[in-house]
Ligand binder design. Structure first.
Ligand SMILES: C[S@@+](CC[C@H](N)C(=O)[O-])C[C@H]1O[C@@H](n2cnc3c(N)ncnc32)[C@H](O)[C@@H]1O
Length: 285
């Protein structure tokens, strides 16, 4: 995979230019001594917007579980296929919570390639994502993008802020890609999904993926990672529990499957290997 270009200066002393919208937000407080999931993810994806603590955390996971890079890259690829699929299905509004640092093919770029009028709201709680938000706010003139600095545990705030850009009386795709494992309590994670989906009308979609507990090396790598100082723990869950997030919705084919098996694009090398990360897409009836 090609190196992911750095999108802005990662230096806390030299934050990227901010739009009027982002400049109204809290100034970023970066603690670069503690690894953070957005920056570890960026490192695993081959990006440059990370710090020594993030690279060390990523390398510690890879030492125990070398397949971690495959999980990151195949998950990100599922995200792009999902957005393209939903845009081709007619979805024009996306609420992408747990956005991550800007990379190639961010949600608005994939959606607006299919339909230029697509509107996307990004949400993340990592201050470095806010620093780089300018790269996420490069909409087509026909569409719109916005960025909200918020915690997924505050669905009320997210919905209120998202309503500035999205018409939440119209079908919207809620994306929770690789974030619910960072909510340790399963019932709380389910309640977050339910509260967000309850605010969206019939014809809306839920798209998510998360790490599974199906590979002992991955589980062990995360157990060690979670013991690190200041780390927000990531909890891999059974595929059944991940499927539980879709209860009450109409799950689309092929259901909740390893991310490599979710509507893969044809390629000359055959099926990608299964990875310990499962996802799916469902429609609100
Ligand atoms: C594993 S990354 C996934 C990034 C992206 N969705 C993707 O699929 O490539 C998880 C993202 O969730 C964000 N995040 C973690 N905990 C969060 C929280 N409580 N509220 C909002 N965002 C959170 C992290 O900052 C990070 O950007």
């Amino acid at each position: 995979m090609a190196d992911i270009p750095s999108t802005a200066s990662p230096s806390p002393e030299e934050p990227a230019r901010t739009s009027e919208r982002t400049s109204r937000m809290t100034p970023p407080q970066l603690n670069t001594n503690v690894p953070h999931s957005a920056r570890i993810w960026n490192y695993l994806l081959g990006g440059k917007d990370n710090y020594l603590a993030d690279r060390q955390a990523g390398d510690r996971i890879r030492q125990v579980f070398p397949g971690m890079v495959d999980i990151a890259r195949h998950s990100r690829y599922m995200l792009a296929r999902t957005v393209r699929f939903l845009a081709e299905a007619g979805v024009r509004q996306f609420l992408d919570i747990g956005t991550g640092l800007p990379t190639v093919d961010n949600t608005h770029q994939v959606a607006q390639r299919v339909a230029a009028e697509s509107r996307v709201v990004y949400v993340d709680n990592d201050p470095l994502v806010l620093v780089h938000a300018q790269a996420l706010l490069t909409s087509t003139p026909q569409g719109a993008t916005d960025y909200i600095e918020a915690d997924v545990r505050d669905p009320g705030l997210i919905l209120r802020e998202a309503a500035r850009t999205l018409d939440l009386t119209r079908p919207t795709a809620l994306m929770l890609m690789g974030i619910l494992g960072l909510v340790t309590d399963y019932d709380e994670a389910r309640s977050i999904v339910n509260r967000l989906m309850a605010a969206l009308p019939s014809g809306s979609y839920l798209a998510l993926y998360d790490g599974t507990d199906t590979d002992p090396a991955y589980v062990e790598a995360l157990r060690r990672h979670n013991e690190g100082p200041g780390v927000v723990p990531y909890t891999p869950r059974s595929p059944e529990r991940i499927a539980g997030y879709f209860d009450g919705l109409t799950l689309l084919e092929p259901g909740v499957v390893p991310v490599t098996r979710w509507r893969p694009d044809p390629n000359p090398w055959g099926a990608a290997p299964e990875v310990a990360c499962a996802g799916g897409v469902a429609r609100r009836p």
